[in-house]
Design a binder for this molecule. Structure first.
Ligand SMILES: [Fe+2]
Ligand SMILES: [Fe+2]
Length: 335
């Protein structure tokens, strides 16, 4: 095609795609994510050396070094995946405000990636490919072509998993430099969930029932891969003193809160229609990560799984993310 003729990637309609006041309000929130990202930006080349000096370097039991490194190697490549996906969204989302939010996320994820790499080098990390289970989860979202799949997969499903791991590792106090660093990560990731909550509804509103069912089929596949990933991490988490069940329970609450927030703007409540695939997966998860007392008792685990299959999760709201609002040292001072 001759440049300047025919269709163009410059979308002159990017300012006037809003359908109603409700969508305008959500897009305003997207725009705030961008500006908030600027206000809250922190400098990884300042913060990590500051924390290393404050705590006298990395302080960790030698037998916990490898498990910690293995868990955070998954996080490292997850940050790269988040960087790529937010860049894809920054390119392909059309409305100005949503594009701005995705762009600021890409900026944050680049920082998360290089700072995590710098931290892992302190543990003598050498780059090696991820195991199949964690990679499959990231590939599923990276390879999804449609934007609502990426938004649901990254912002509403994967980010809450990362937030949960960060929160739980931080509370464990396992390694002081990392635990303080994770406060910075949590602050950013919680903002990223916001883009999914605010902009996914704009896609859902235009999708047919069949398309929405297919999207939630994708969500169930993603949850199954997330469970496989957690099973893969289980041994390492236990050495670090973290019960994987805590991760399962907290992740579920955060994911439901994010999804509920996205669906509520369309006047739909999560769980209005029972999703048997998701319920079955919840039951399998209950069986795979039982309560401590039931770990050796197979029949009791089966009963707990059956109960979980019929259990309807209570509604959660965005207040689930308040716990991540730590004061951090930004480039504009502590806030
Ligand atoms: Fe991140
Ligand atoms: Fe993120």
């Amino acid at each position: 095609m001759i440049p300047g003729f025919g269709s163009s990637q410059i979308r002159y309609d990017m300012f006037d795609l809003v359908r109603d006041a409700e969508e305008a309000r959500r897009l305003e929130k997207c725009e705030r994510i961008y500006h908030r990202g600027q206000e809250m930006a922190w400098d990884g080349k300042d913060i990590l050396p500051m924390l290393l000096e404050k705590h006298g370097g990395v302080r960790l039991d030698p037998d916990k070094r490898k498990p910690l490194m293995q868990v955070f190697a998954i996080i490292l490549w997850g940050e790269l995946a988040a960087w790529k996906i937010s860049s894809q969204l920054a390119d392909r989302l059309v409305p100005l405000e949503a594009k701005m939010a995705a762009t600021s996320q890409a900026f944050d994820e680049a920082r998360h990636f290089y700072v995590m790499y710098d931290y892992l080098k302190e543990l003598d990390y050498k780059v090696e490919p991820l195991d199949r289970a964690p990679q499959a989860l990231l590939d599923l979202v990276l390879e999804a072509d449609q934007l609502p799949y990426k938004l649901l997969g990254m912002q509403l499903m994967v980010e809450p998993i990362a937030l949960t791991i960060f929160q739980t590792v931080r509370e464990s106090g396992i390694e002081p430099v990392l635990c303080e660093l994770l406060r910075y990560y949590e602050r950013d990731e919680a903002r990223h969930v916001g883009l999914g909550m605010q902009y996914l509804p704009s896609f859902l509103a235009k999708m047919s029932k069949r398309e929405i069912a297919a999207l939630f089929g994708f969500q169930v596949r993603l949850m199954a891969l997330a469970m496989a990933e957690l099973k893969f991490m289980e041994k390492d988490l236990r050495v670090l003193g973290i019960d994987p069940r805590t991760i399962v329970e907290r992740t579920r609450k955060k994911q439901l809160a994010a999804l509920q927030e996205a669906l509520s703007s369309l006047g739909v409540a999560v769980g209005d229609e029972r999703n048997y695939a998701a319920a079955a997966l919840n039951a399998v998860t209950e069986y795979a990560f039982p309560e401590e007392a039931l770990r050796e008792d197979k029949p009791a685990r089966l009963r707990a799984a059956w109960k979980r299959f019929w259990f309807k999760d209570p509604l959660h709201d965005a207040s689930e993310f308040k716990v991540h609002e730590h004061a951090i040292k930004t480039v504009h001072g502590v806030q």
